[in-house]
Design a protein around this ligand. Structure first.
Ligand code: SF4
Ligand code: SF4
Length: 207
């Protein structure tokens, strides 16, 4: 018992000389380790809008919606509700590009309005050149092209989207004429691609 008291006395004297062990937060910012899991943050330049992060999120903290922006451009909108996030890191680990979403060192996330607790990114969608249905984010199609290399030429929509990025192609407006073989060289949704591909074999099929 006597030794316990002595140890406490030594610690008390040490604290008086050295100062408290605890950090004076919030008066001073807390030093953070490199591996801190703060608010997951999207990096628009590295995100392709594929939505894989939303698929793997175990608490469904990430919503994926397709909306039309004020300027009339259709976009895929990803909204991460960090008030529901459990900081498991699955979205960061499973990100298709490995850098589209990363943990920040932002950890003071409390607030009064949960509607403001949203981290978001939006990506322009590529429409089908016949039926105008959104196919996928432009960045995602171009990323697929980069990943596949020469194999990307097996998918017309993917390589045509990549050609647009290089300035080698501009989308040509299409009138209401019936489908024909020239439509095969267009950016198409799966349904219209099927109709155009089967045109020769089965005759006209409405998309
Ligand atoms: S860290 Fe986990 S819980 Fe939070 S958004 Fe990513 S996957 Fe969902
Ligand atoms: S690129 Fe990464 S962050 Fe962007 S939508 Fe896909 S998985 Fe999510």
């Amino acid at each position: 018992m006597k030794w316990f008291k002595m140890r406490e006395l030594v610690e008390a004297v040490t604290s008086v000389i050295k100062g408290p062990y605890t950090h004076p937060f919030p008066a001073e910012p807390t030093p953070l380790p490199d591996w801190i899991r703060g608010k997951p943050t999207y990096y628009a330049d590295d995100c392709i809008g594929c939505g894989a992060c939303a698929t793997v999120c175990p608490v469904r903290a990430i919503d994926v919606r397709e909306v039309v922006r004020e300027d009339g451009v259709p976009v895929r909108l990803l909204e991460l509700h960090f008030d529901n996030c459990v900081f498991c890191g699955d979205c960061v680990r499973r990100c298709a590009t490995q850098k589209g979403i990363r943990f920040s060192d932002e950890y003071e996330l409390s607030g009064f309005d949960r509607k403001e607790m949203i981290e978001s990114v939006e990506k322009e969608l590529v429409p089908c050149e016949i039926c105008k249905t959104s196919i996928a984010p432009r960045d995602q199609l171009q990323w697929i092209y980069d990943e596949l290399g020469s194999m990307a030429y097996a998918n017309v929509s993917v390589y045509l989207t990549a050609q647009e990025r290089l300035g080698l192609r501009e989308g040509v407006p299409r009138d209401d004429r019936p489908l024909d073989r020239t439509d095969s060289q267009r950016i198409l949704c799966p349904s219209c691609r099927r109709s155009v591909t089967l045109l020769d074999e089965w005759g006209p099929i409405q998309p």
